[in-house]
Structure formats: structure tokens, C-alpha cells
Design a protein around this ligand. Sequence first.
Ligand code: FES
Length: 261
Amino acid sequence: MKKLKAKILENKKIGPDYFLMDLDSEYIVSHYRPGQFIHVRIEGNGSRPFLRRPFSIHSITGGDSFQILYKAIGSGTKILSHYKKGKNLDILGPLGNGFEVDPEKNSLLVAGGMGVAPLFSLAQCIKKTKSQVLTFSFLGARSKNNVLLESEFRRLGIKVLVCTEDGTCGKKGLVTQLLQEFLEQNPSFKKTSVIFGCGPNLMLKTLIKLAKNLNMDCQVSVEEIFACGVGACLGCAVNTRHGYKLACKDGPVFRGDDIIL
Ligand code: FES
């Protein structure tokens, strides 16, 4: 992990409140693992500086550039959304542990809403291994406007299944139901696949229970608010079978069966 300056190459709106920011950092691109994150300093408007904000390393876009995906809903991310090309960001990273890929197993990527952010670089990484395993992406969102990156996953050669809570895109229902139905219809995947999940805590709880019931390997990236991001403030504890662990330092990726629900 390093403290770095990363130049903004692009900062574009891709949907209601959703933004993709391209950043230039040879160090991040050459040292990251999918599932890791950067911690970004956002300057306040002359008042007190904000705490750093964590963003998953969402995508590697070629050369030394990578992307973060974010939703401009809080005061910090709203300021971030106005940053222009050419500005240098003060970042720490790459932080956290990241996902572990088994090249012998199929990957089932299960994203709830913004949970798609770390799963896309995981998909890129799996595709790079050129193994013959299959990768499916299950994208769940509240509504059609919140379904992110469907075509980008397809362009990687990944099969995509979509659902929305209001039924305006894909199947109507929750992404965990979508996965469950898929596994009922394709039972051979239960033995040959690893589930990778990211999304709201309630969704992850359901996903972990589902994986446990089906005796499947499951890794989840937990969504926590990180104050320090480096294991110093103890503010992101997760209860696991091995005691309390820090999501920013020991995670954000945990084995599903390690987490005590
Ligand atoms: Fe400070 Fe994790 S955010 S210990």
C-alpha cells in the first residue's frame, strides 16, 4: 500500500447519480488484486476536510489506468462528481485483501446494486486467465435505471442474468432468488462453482445462507464505512469464526462460512 497521486483522466456520468472515474496510476494497476480498494481524500469546500472515502478498484482500462465506480449521493461523492480531468487525487492503495480465484472452478458473480463495483475487475481477472471455466454474472437492482454494466459484462464474454425488484428489467425479484433459480435449473454448478458476492448486508446474509445450505464455496466483499481504511480506528469490525476481524484490513473479502451472521 502506498500514498499516491493519481491523475483524473475522465470523470463521466453513466446513469442517475452513477459516475465512472478513470485514474492514472502505474502502481495501482501493477499491484492491485480484484476486490481491493483505494481510499481517496476529498477536499471540503474550505471547511474541515472529509474523511477519506473507499472505492473498489472497479476496472482496469489499459495502460496505467483504472476506474472507480461511484454513486454521488453523499456530500463527499457529490464533490468528487465535480472533479475535472487533469486534477490529481490523493489516494491510498491498493488496500484490503481481495478475492481468491480458483482457475478450476466456474465463477458465479452476484451483485446487488453498487456491489457490481469490485466484481467487474474480478471478471476481467478471471477472463485473463483464459481458463475454460464459465463465468456468470447475476445483476440485481431496484429498477431498470439502476442496472449497471450489463453490456460491459457481456462484452467480456460473460453470461449475464438480470433482475430488478420492480420488474422493469429482467426477472422480477431479488438477485439471490435469481441465483437460487439458476442453481435449481443447473444443479451441476453447485459442485463446480464458487460464488462471489457483493452488495447490501441483507443480501449478503441471504447469499451466505444459500451457499451454506448448498454446501458451496462463497466469498463476499462486505460493504462497510471505512474511517481510516488501514486498520487503525477499529471501526469496521466483522464477527467471524476466528474472532472479530477488520473489514478494511483483513477484508473486505471474507469466506462466507467464516462470517457469523
Ligand atoms: Fe479503521 Fe477499518 S476503517 S480499522
